[in-house]
Design a protein around this ligand. Structure first.
Ligand code: ASP
Length: 366
């Protein structure tokens, strides 16, 4: 698997494509028995494994969600969860499960990653992503890429085909070109909803600037941009049957971000972390706080040095985010297959499936 070759001779990308195709039109419910859906033999006696994903945290008011839209979200989360889970059930690698699921979420206009990414203040889309292999602590990340259809796969290439951990901007795209990655024009990422959000942000910014010049304060207004009403970063964490953990995260970042801003999602230890000795974590939220606190690595360290459970560790780490004034959450899985979904916002798009094949998709707080 590590060498991009699967047992059946297909390479990893073909394999991921097949899985993604197979789940185009999946019916949805809150809790489904995956065995009915996936049409693949599950090995109930295999040691613990599991897969968990998120599609961003924020103010997800039920009043703003139509039943039809909620169905769409649940369908896409289920599709991604199923695809990743199938990789693991077929004895695939945690890393492949993570990449497969994030691919699907990046391709969906519903989430702030890949297609449907938020706009920067300059009206561009600048994408960040990272992935980490808990079995060897290898990691790859990209920041501020503007023409890469699936940044998560480029992050994986950085991990596997470069001596570096993180590449950004034009350099990352040059590396992508050299490795035959799919490029898309900026227009590919645009959705009407994100464009309207951008126009709204622009109008707010003008107002803010007006206020500031009234007060003779010429500082640039960067503080009001929060994830509260713009959510949709995507991420995944997996434990495979070999006992390997992996995590990944992909995002368009904060809406109306400026100056080449890069958030926590591509920062190993902040937005993403995986270590076979502890856990795999993917975060979402106000990235600056997650960077300052090194949230994903903090959770792993609390487990490693503090003897905390994954749930306790996530609670402590997100507690610290809250104390500083940040919002967001994490999903994760530990080396024994225990899940965590913890957030200090009204909701977080999320789904998990364990060894029993029972899928659980949630949007709001329980
Ligand atoms: N954490 C992301 C960032 O700060 C945003 C999000 O998760 O919604 O770029």
């Amino acid at each position: 698997m590590k060498n991009n070759k699967l047992e059946n001779g297909k390479n990893r990308r073909e394999f991921i494509g097949d899985i993604a195709k197979g789940f185009g039109a999946l019916a949805i419910g809150s809790t489904l028995n995956l065995n009915l859906l996936a049409n693949v033999p599950t090995n109930q006696t295999a040691e613990k494994f599991g897969f968990i994903i998120h599609g961003g945290a924020g103010t997800l008011e039920k009043s703003q969600m139509t039943p039809a839209l909620e169905r769409e979200y649940r369908a896409k989360l289920t599709e991604a969860l199923t695809a990743g889970y199938n990789v693991i059930v077929k004895n695939g690698a945690a890393l492949d499960a993570v990449e497969t699921a994030i691919h699907i979420l990046e391709d969906s206009p519903l989430f702030n990653a890949g297609k449907g990414a938020v706009f920067t203040a300059a009206g561009t889309n600048e994408l960040d992503a990272s992935i980490m292999d808990g079995s060897n602590l290898m990691a790859g990340a990209v920041g501020d890429v503007q023409h890469i259809k699936n940044p998560i796969s480029l992050a994986r290439l950085v991990m596997e085909k470069s001596p570096h951990v993180m590449l950004v901007g034009e350099g990352a795209e040059t590396f992508a070109k050299q490795n035959g990655v799919t490029f898309v024009p900026q227009s590919y990422f645009r959705t009407e909803q994100r464009w309207q959000e951008y126009l709204q942000d622009k109008a707010n910014d003008e107002k803010q600037k007006q206020k500031q010049s009234d007060k003779k304060a010429k500082a640039v207004s960067v503080n009001y941009v929060t994830i509260n009403d713009k959510h949709g970063t995507v991420g995944a964490a997996a434990l495979d049957k070999m006992g390997n953990l992996a995590a990944g995260t992909s995002t368009g970042g904060l809406s109306y971000k400026r100056f080449g801003r890069i958030g926590d999602s591509p920062i190993i230890g902040a937005g993403t972390y995986a270590n076979n000795d502890t856990c795999a974590i993917s975060a979402t939220g106000d990235g600056e706080y997650f960077i300052r606190l090194g949230v994903a690595r903090d959770i792993s360290a609390l487990m490693e040095y503090g003897g905390k459970s994954i749930e306790e560790a996530a609670q402590i780490a997100i507690g610290k985010v809250g104390k500083l004034g940040g919002t967001g959450g994490v999903v994760g899985i530990d080396k024994n297959g225990n899940f965590v979904e913890f957030f200090n916002t009204d909701g977080m798009y999320r789904g998990r499936v364990g060894t029993d094949g029972k899928m659980n998709i949630q949007i709001y707080k329980n």
